[in-house]
Design a protein around this ligand. Structure first.
Ligand code: SF4
Ligand code: SF4
Length: 110
């Protein structure tokens, strides 16, 4: 089977945290735990207008929603991302997306 992963175009991430909430509910993680962390990066104050980036990235708790995948469904975070900036698929396909998307990241657990 092809190795699967998550592609994230963080240029469009709004920091809404829907991915984190969806992940927590899907896996029934306890409060404060989930498989994706959305980090806020505020650019130095001298940059005007003040710019903020939100960087969502899966962590060691992410299993790529294998249970949903086996049922032919997208991962919970992908399904609930408000900005539709996440994609699940074979790494080979996601690498091509990344090549044409400057501010993006790719995740694939071991
Ligand atoms: S793929 Fe599933 S386990 Fe991984 S961050 Fe998304 S919702 Fe969580
Ligand atoms: S749901 Fe999408 S837009 Fe919202 S924080 Fe997660 S990656 Fe960003």
């Amino acid at each position: 089977m092809a190795k699967m992963g998550l592609f994230i175009n963080y240029d469009y991430c709004t920091g809404c945290q829907s991915c984190a909430v969806a992940c927590q509910q899907e896996h029934d993680f306890p409060a404060g735990k989930c498989g994706i962390t959305v980090t806020e990066y505020v650019y130095p104050a001298e940059k005007k207008p003040v710019a903020v980036d939100f960087l969502p990235f899966p962590n060691e708790l992410c299993d790529l929603c294998i249970r949903r995948h086996q049922m032919g469904e997208d991962p919970a975070c992908v399904k609930h991302c408000q900005a539709a900036c996440m994609m699940f698929g074979p790494l080979e396909q996601l690498v091509k997306e990344m090549e044409k998307t400057p501010r993006s990241a790719l995740f694939s657990p071991r």
